[in-house]
Design a protein around this ligand. Structure first.
Ligand code: ATP
Ligand code: MG
Length: 396
């Protein structure tokens, strides 16, 4: 039997490791998602072979975290992470094991994993290894820590946020003792780097049920220890679902009344994310006073307009709101979408005027752009020339 989710490449990797006398199995999210009948994001393999052995057996490898036992295998453009069975040593700072130890048994490897549903393994022939009742917990839609939850969160505080982000990604509940332990350990999340927090929050925003996760964040007190966590969630329900993770970050900024710059800095957002949330925040302030103007439609990307209108509606449910389709139509009906669409350029202006190139060219392109956008002049070279010659002469 061939396992449904496994691509040929990963089957091949396991086969080669087994032929060399090692154990190798699928682990982690890929197995969980297979059991849940969902498409896995990425495929992880755990093996008894040590990294150097993996590299000798499988070619095309990249060392990504060799000290932690992980070798990345790229087959036909598909990345597969192959990690040596390992346990983690002491955690002296609730965030990273001081050392990892390679071990020979799969059981020990599964014991270090966070939740029962993430501690499943599967052989290449589709046989499940379920040592901690992960299948039953998944049937009950429960997120349960492997072993003693308090200890597990003391070891690595990020797991608390992972539990909550899975409540969104999968729309599962958090098992009582696990939840209780989050309440007790919430403050430890302050030890975790923002890079790791951001990865989990991105996934939380894009999950099936972000509202559930935000409820957990508030109820456990974990949210209060996250940077710039919004104090009010009144507008959340009408803002959901988030179409992208960056919409989630815009929610942080608007609902939390923090400036986009603060949010971007606190969570080390990418430039692209920062620009998006800044645009939404700026457009939102305008929208609180009036409908979008022609200049707004021109200035903002349609994704910004749509997100802003959604946030506006969430904040002011009684005020007139445009539909996404109306926004799209308004945007598309502009005479031009950008200055690049003008049918004339600087060279034309220089030729028509007989003047030398200079700052005036850029200024005049700006004026033409404005005139075309606002319908004072058609975007047609002859019309623009006429309009330009008239006004240019008058000004000089
Ligand atoms: P996703 O589908 O969102 O990638 P995932 O479960 O695969 O979810 P990853 O971060 O890719 O999440 O981690 C892969 C596996 O590694 C997990 O399924 C889990 O077994 C283990 N793992 C990841 N992070 C931790 C952690 N902080 N503590 C313990 N085990 C972890
Ligand atoms: Mg994964």
């Amino acid at each position: 039997m061939t396992v449904f989710f496994a691509n040929e490449a990963s089957q091949e990797v396991i086969r080669r490791l087994e032929e060399a006398g090692h154990e190798a199995v699928y682990v982690g999210g890929a197995v969980r998602d297979y059991v849940l009948d969902k498409r896995a994001e990425d495929i992880d393999i755990a093996t008894s072979a040590e990294p150097e052995e993996v590299k000798a057996i499988v070619t095309n490898t990249i060392d990504v975290g060799i000290l932690h036992g992980t070798v990345l295998v790229v087959v036909k453009g598909e990345p597969i992470e192959v990690t040596t069975y390992r346990t983690e040593g002491m955690y002296s700072d609730a965030r990273r094991p001081d050392e990892v130890h390679f071990v020979k048994s799969l059981r020990e490897d599964l014991l270090r994993r966070d939740f029962t549903m993430n501690a499943l393994a599967m052989t290449k022939d589709g046989k499940l290894v379920d040592l901690f009742g992960g299948i039953e917990d998944m049937q009950d839609q429960l997120i349960r820590a492997v072993g003693d939850p308090l200890e597990r969160f003391q070891e690595d505080a990020l797991r608390m946020l992972r539990a909550i982000r899975f409540s969104s990604s999968l729309d599962f509940e958090i098992e009582d003792q696990t939840l209780q332990a989050i309440r007790q350990s919430a403050m430890q999340i302050r030890h975790i780097s923002v890079e790791r927090l951001k990865i989990e929050l991105d996934k939380l925003f894009l999950g099936l049920n972000p509202a559930k996760a935000f409820d957990y964040l508030v109820a456990t007190g974990l949210g209060a220890h996250l940077p710039l966590f919004p104090k009010s969630f009144e507008t959340l329900d009408s803002t959901l679902p988030f179409k992208s993770a960056r919409e989630g970050w815009a929610f942080f900024s608007i609902a939390g009344q923090y400036s986009p710059g603060e949010v971007a800095r606190a969570y080390k957002l990418s430039n692209e994310e920062r620009k998006f949330i800044s645009a939404v925040s700026e457009a939102f302030t305008k929208r609180e006073n009036r409908l979008f103007s022609t200049d707004d439609y021109y200035l903002y990307d349609v994704s910004v307009l749509k997100a802003t209108e959604k946030f506006f509606h969430a904040a002011y449910p009684d005020r007139l709101t445009l539909t996404e389709q109306q926004l799209q139509q308004q945007k598309e009906s502009l005479p031009i979408q950008s200055v690049k669409e003008l049918t004339v350029n600087g060279k034309n202006l220089i030729e028509w005027s007989g003047d030398r190139a200079g700052k005036w060219v850029g200024d005049w392109i700006g004026k033409i752009e404005y005139a075309v956008l606002h319908g004072f002049c058609e975007n047609d070279p002859t019309k623009i020339k006429e309009w330009f010659m008239n006004d240019f002469k008058r000004e000089t």
